[in-house]
Design a protein around this ligand. Sequence first.
Ligand SMILES: Nc1ncnc2c1ncn2[C@@H]1O[C@H](COP(=O)(O)OP(=O)(O)OP(=O)(O)O)[C@@H](O)[C@H]1O
Ligand SMILES: [Mg+2]
Length: 232
Amino acid sequence: MNNSVMLLAQGLAKSFYQNATEVPVLKGVNLQLAVGEQVAVVGRSGSGKSSLLHLLAGLDSADSGSVHIDGVDLLAADSNGRARIRREKMGFVYQQHHLLGEFSAQENVAIPQRLLGIDELSARQAAQDMLALVGLEERLSHLPSALSGGERQRVAVARALINKPQVVLADEPTGSLDRASAELLMDLLSNLSRAQGTSFVVVTHDVSMLQRFDRVESLDDGILQPLSSLAE
Ligand SMILES: Nc1ncnc2c1ncn2[C@@H]1O[C@H](COP(=O)(O)OP(=O)(O)OP(=O)(O)O)[C@@H](O)[C@H]1O
Ligand SMILES: [Mg+2]
């Protein structure tokens, strides 16, 4: 495989079953992401964008198809193997942020560092620095329940970025942010991409963000294809 390919998804298919009725969501999705490439994924609500990101991160299993991360077959690995690849190479921002409610913002962001074996003091310092980058230096000890929706989203992004992952998968990371905060957060992702060669896939409904990306892909009827025109 070409070394410059960071993420390669081939023929991803996934159906869900509702009362024994098959609901096909992904029908053979192909996606190739080069090192440092920034791709946006758009598509109507329910088109399968979150489902696709979950498959790309190995958080759910596909019915068929494959995902390679930096040349490693993600879906062929067992759950421990997948967790290790995620820990070492990937950052994931859930649509519903999934912060741990009993931990402070700083502790939530420090968790991925602790999982890598980094000592507590260093992890806490790194988390503080990361939270400062997303404008939350005044919210370190807040529990998620004491943060606004946009603040929670920024904590989730800080958590996804703290280990300097090679690939970031983010599900509507700017969904609850005002324009200025959204721009700031996207700048952060772009700078990271430039400085560290991070690749990322961002699901977004925000049309004004699309020109920032190297490529825009649209998910429609289970198939991912390049969005033909941004002009209309
Ligand atoms: N666990 C599940 N069981 C059954 N159906 C599911 C499950 N997860 C998702 N679906 C269905 O799959 C389809 C795609 O869902 P998904 O969350 O991927 O959409 P989405 O494109 O992310 O939408 P949105 O823009 O609203 O976030 C939906 O119709 C949803 O009902
Ligand atoms: Mg979604």
